[in-house]
Design a protein around this ligand. Structure first.
Ligand SMILES: O=P(O)(O)OC[C@H]1O[C@](O)(COP(=O)(O)O)[C@@H](O)[C@@H]1O
Length: 339
């Protein structure tokens, strides 16, 4: 079917490095749309705007993409549902066939409250590259690059992990900064970290950025621990594949029905601990644009006739990490992209 396309539009059948930069347009579009809703107390409207803008922006990207981490099943999400085909060639066929993981607005409540660290994010992998994570919790632990393999692990206690990490970083435990979601379910873990003298940053939401921050020198986070969404875990793993760092994730099933459902998605061992490579294999690209400001990205700044965006884009194959400052002129840009 691709033959029907004019030759200048005929895509290579391989993942092209330029795709990484195309992904930034996609996350910029979602972030710009969501930014209209910052602090307006309506997380669903913010999410809906981001989803719609991201969906439209995908139409310009020269891929046949399949959403494997998305907004839910086809019957619960009108757009960017799991299994949906996206991309310029989605209908005609052709172009590199890739898998797509999206979180058009990671931090819907943050955005509704005007809090820090909300991002729009997308990752792309060669077909079969992402763990098809069901929408349940995942227990996560992550540290930055340059540390011995397995320095921390999900089966160890918080005390043991902090002791080993401090040893590897040649610092004391009281120098370490832990990041986790501020949730009742983390009470015991937080208590255990404090008992051995570690410092803690509690975040209200947004553990994709929380995990990535372990690999950002300036973020001042040494270790991420705790449970959050499994789809968010895969997105964070995609980022760490590119930027470096270790992560482990274990799906947290609540009942047999969830186990059976996950089995249909290819999860055959419910107690398996997944590494970064298990969650995001092959050539992986990751992009995120700040909606509200955080340690990694500045949020959207709007002004008369335009806005500034700040994005990160990276690729595992090259290890290149780029920060992109976008200056958007709404007078010249199709309205679809600025919602
Ligand atoms: O709020 P819960 O149930 O603890 O879930 C944690 C998950 O929610 C988030 O904090 C935010 O999710 P939303 O963007 O859907 O609001 C994720 O970053 C995290 O993985």
């Amino acid at each position: 079917m691709a033959e029907a396309l004019p030759s200048k539009h005929r895509p290579e059948m391989v993942v092209d490095r330029n795709l990484a930069l195309e992904l930034v347009r996609v996350t910029e579009a979602a972030a710009l749309a969501a930014s209209r809703w910052i602090g307006r107390g309506d997380k669903n409207a913010a999410d809906g705007a981001a989803v719609e803008a991201m969906r439209k922006a995908f139409d310009t990207v020269a891929i046949t993409g399949t959403v494997v981490i998305g907004e839910g099943e086809m019957d619960e999400a009108p757009m960017l549902y799991i299994g949906e085909k996206v991309g310029l060639y989605a209908r005609a066929g052709g172009g590199p066939e890739v898998d797509i993981a999206v979180d058009p607005l990671e931090g819907t409540s943050i955005t509704a409250k005007g809090g820090p660290n909300a991002i729009a994010t997308v990752a792309l992998a060669e077909k079969g590259g992402f763990l098809h994570a069901p929408d349940i919790y995942m227990d996560k632990i992550a540290v930055g690059p340059g540390l011995p393999d397995g320095v921390v692990n999900l089966d160890a206690t918080p005390e043991e992990n902090l002791r080993e990490l401090a040893k590897a970083k040649k610092c004391s435990i009281s120098d370490l900064m832990v990041c986790t979601l501020d949730r009742d379910r983390h009470k015991e873990m937080i208590k255990a970290c404090r008992a051995v003298g570690a410092r803690i940053t509690l975040i209200g939401d947004g553990d994709v950025a929380g995990v990535i921050n372990v690999s950002q020198r300036d973020a001042g986070i040494d270790i991420y621990m705790g449970s959050g969404g499994a789809p968010e875990g895969v997105l964070a793993a995609a980022a760490l594949r590119c930027i470096g760092g270790q992560m482990q994730g274990r799906l947290m099933f609540e009942n047999d029905e969830q186990v059976a459902r996950a089995a249909t998605m290819g999860v055959d061992d419910p107690s398996r601990i997944y590494t970064v490579e298990d969650m995001a294999r092959g050539d992986v690209m990751f992009a995120a644009t700040g909606v509200t400001s955080g340690a990694m990205l500045r949020g959207v700044r709007r002004f008369a006739g335009g806005a500034y965006t700040h994005s990160i884009v990276m690729r595992s194959k090259s290890g290149t990490v780029r920060y992109v400052e976008g200056h958007h002129n709404f007078d010249r840009k199709p309205s679809a992209f600025v919602a």
